[in-house]
Design a protein around this ligand. Structure first.
Ligand code: HEC
Ligand code: HEC
Ligand code: HEC
Ligand code: HEC
Ligand code: HEC
Ligand code: HEC
Ligand code: HEC
Ligand code: HEC
Length: 427
């Protein structure tokens, strides 16, 4: 788009029209900020925006003009970027990243943890600041006194360079896709796909050597829409044909609080999960994503090879679910016998995995250790077991995944035994 185009767009959609703005004011922003925040201006200087005359006030407005009134500056949200980048904006909005902030806020644990970890942008909020916020969500942040974190576009191409090249580097994903429950960075970078990329970076493989990165598999061809077949929770509907696997998945869905553990009926939480696109609800929706992925693999592997590799991941998930369901049932038995009391905030006398480590339903004084072992088994070790298969990482699949699930199950059995013995002694 040429500058004339922007001027029209800017005037029609913007509160201010940058083309008509006095260059004096522009100069003032830059001159003053070169002194007070020189690093920031240096980044903007080499950006495409600088070359295209997308100056400070295009994004921040011109209400703030001196050192005192800086609270008048607009902190631009994604709609501001959308005025010139409609294509990326609308594909982003269709993808899973657009749900980051809403899923965070849908979880019960979020509301019992310190706000600094949410709105404050460290902890959960540091990674879940993804997705266009509704007016109500923005108001909630402001009411709590939080002013920043209004934009998710700067999560992969950071301000103020806003560089395409930065977002094309797999390290752009690392901050969020790492660690406890989703170590995709660690898995990819230490497996063959990642290793090759690093070797290539080091100049030891030629430019046309093939080394798939996160973006190639998950944001192919410049799309900003992301979604995988299984997703994070690793459950889907309808239930599988295999009877044991179907029963195990029902047990997991109960522990996620989306099925009532007493009646097996859906709860209100299932509606939330559906509305946030957390699970694929039909076989077709699941297959659509799976087939897209296989097409990507088939750029470098034979299609049959790829299908088989991914099918191994599915059957590992089935085996992991067996261990998981057995563990959930043991802990659920303790609730049933009254050995573990239902925390005040739990809907049922049943484990609730969506309280994470706050297994007292938020009450720090009444946490249940066996529930914490169960949570770790689900959040850390089951995730690793199947995620590592998909990211072709042998060590994560076995030692950090499956082997640890086995260990958790052993510990849960032992703890249940001791807890029952202690309960008998008290009687
Ligand atoms: C005379 C100096 C001066 C001028 C001119 C100036 N600023 Fe600032 N600006 C500041 C100072 C000082 C701060 C506060 C810095 C701090 O918090 O340490 C600030 C903060 C900001 C912030 C952050 C606001 C916040 O809530 O944290 C933005 C955005 C900003 N300026 C943009 C601009 C733009 C755009 C212009 C031109 C229209 C401009 N500035 C002109 C001095 C200036
Ligand atoms: C393409 C849009 C865009 C342009 C151009 C732009 N900014 Fe920003 N700026 C942002 C975004 C997005 C944020 C983050 C807002 C938030 O956290 O809510 C931001 C945040 C800031 C902040 C506060 C946070 C921090 O890191 O200090 C300052 C100060 C700031 N910008 C100054 C400037 C200055 C000075 C210029 C011109 C040299 C400029 N901006 C140009 C988009 C822009
Ligand atoms: C007034 C129009 C305008 C606004 C507003 C704007 N941009 Fe841009 N942006 C451009 C132009 C022009 C280019 C260069 C041509 C292109 O890539 O489309 C560009 C390029 C880019 C690029 C590619 C840079 C590269 O290295 O090739 C990114 C990424 C980007 N913008 C992100 C953003 C984000 C994020 C925002 C909001 C915070 C934003 N832009 C707001 C006009 C704008
Ligand atoms: C290090 C960054 C990071 C932190 C910290 C973090 N998350 Fe996440 N979260 C992610 C990523 C990345 C995903 C997607 C992972 C995947 O699909 O494997 C995710 C996925 C989720 C999902 C599943 C979304 C879905 O649609 O399947 C929920 C719910 C969630 N996180 C809640 C939380 C809560 C609550 C906290 C804090 C108690 C938290 N997260 C902390 C990065 C983070
Ligand atoms: C999850 C990471 C991520 C987020 C978040 C993200 N982008 Fe991007 N963006 C990318 C990647 C990767 C590319 C490079 C695509 C390619 O290879 O063509 C890119 C490229 C771009 C480009 C350059 C397009 C071109 O081909 O010149 C623009 C403009 C852009 N993004 C705007 C945005 C806007 C606007 C948002 C927020 C709505 C956003 N991006 C959010 C990863 C991201
Ligand atoms: C060679 C292709 C490929 C590369 C490279 C790749 N992934 Fe994946 N990723 C997959 C496949 C396949 C799945 C599972 C898809 C399914 O559910 O069928 C997956 C799943 C995911 C998921 C959903 C949860 C999970 O782990 O199963 C996230 C999030 C993810 N990948 C992020 C990343 C990140 C971040 C990187 C880079 C560090 C990356 N991936 C590199 C192929 C890839
Ligand atoms: C600022 C943190 C952040 C960055 C950076 C980030 N992501 Fe994510 N990503 C998330 C969160 C949070 C989710 C889960 C969103 C939700 O709640 O549904 C997610 C979800 C995903 C999913 C969907 C998994 C599913 O459930 O199907 C994929 C794929 C993915 N990201 C790939 C990437 C890639 C590739 C990059 C780098 C180009 C990247 N992400 C960069 C935070 C991030
Ligand atoms: C851009 C090319 C490319 C894409 C796309 C790609 N791979 Fe690979 N893959 C490679 C290369 C190169 C190797 C290393 C070759 C080797 O191990 O001999 C490799 C290795 C593997 C290995 C390990 C092989 C071994 O013998 O140890 C598996 C398994 C694998 N890929 C599966 C997949 C799957 C599944 C997908 C899609 C989700 C995929 N790959 C996508 C290039 C690619």
């Amino acid at each position: 788009m040429n500058r004339q185009g922007f001027a029209v767009l800017g005037c029609s959609l913007f509160v201010f029209c940058f083309a008509g703005m006095a260059t004096g004011a522009e100069e003032a922003c830059i001159t003053c900020h070169r002194t007070i925040s020189p690093g920031q201006v240096a980044d903007w200087d080499f950006s495409r925006h600088s070359a295209e005359d997308v100056t400070c006030s295009v994004c921040h407005g011109e209400e703030h003009t001196d050192a005192q009134d800086f609270r008048e500056a607009i902190l631009p949200d994604e709609h501001v970027c959308a005025q010139c980048h409609e294509e990326q904006f609308s594909s982003f909005v269709r993808g899973k990243h657009n749900f980051g902030w809403s899923t965070l806020n849908a979880l019960p644990v979020t509301h019992v943890e310190p706000d600094e970890l949410m709105e404050g942008g460290r902890g959960c909020g540091g990674c879940h600041n993804m997705g266009v916020k509704s007016d109500a969500q923005k108001k909630e942040q402001r009411d709590k006194g939080y002013r920043y974190q209004n934009n998710s576009c700067d999560e992969c191409h950071t301000r103020h360079s806003f560089a395409k090249k930065e977002a094309q580097d797999p390290r752009a994903c690392q901050q969020c896709h790492m660690g406890y429950d989703h170590p995709q960075w660690e898995m990819w970078s230490s497996a063959k796909h990642g290793t090759r990329w690093f070797v290539k970076q080091g100049g030891r493989l030629p430019e046309n050597a093939q080394a798939p990165i996160c973006q190639e598999c998950h944001l192919p061809d410049g799309t900003h829409e992301n979604r995988t077949a299984w997703g994070f929770l690793g459950v889907r509907l309808p239930l599988p044909e295999d009877k044991q696997w179907a029963a195990d998945r029902v047990t997991i869905l109960k522990a996620l609080g989306v099925l009532n553990p007493e009646t097996g009926e859906p709860t209100a939480r299932l509606e939330v999960v559906k509305s946030l696109d957390m699970v694929r609800l039909t076989e077709e929706a699941w297959l659509t994503e799976r087939n897209k992925m296989i097409k990507t693999c088939a750029k470098c592997h034979s299609e049959n090879y790829a299908r088989e590799q991914l099918a191994y991941g599915d059957s590992m998930m089935q085996k992991a679910d067996r261990l998981m369901a057995e563990a959930i049932e043991i802990v659920a038995g303790l609730y049933k016998e009254g050995i573990i009391q239902r925390p005040e905030n739990y809907a049922f006398a049943y484990p609730d995995l969506l309280y994470f480590m706050r297994t007292g339903g938020g009450n720090m004084a009444r946490m249940s250790h066996i529930d914490q072992v169960l949570l770790e088994m689900y959040m850390k070790h089951r995730m690793r077991t199947y995620q590592a298969f998909f990211h072709v990482n042998p060590d994560y699949a076995y030692w950090y995944g499956w082997a640890m699930m086995t260990k958790d199950l052993g510990e849960i059995k032992e703890l249940a035994h001791t807890m029952r013995a202690a309960a008998r002694m008290e009687k």
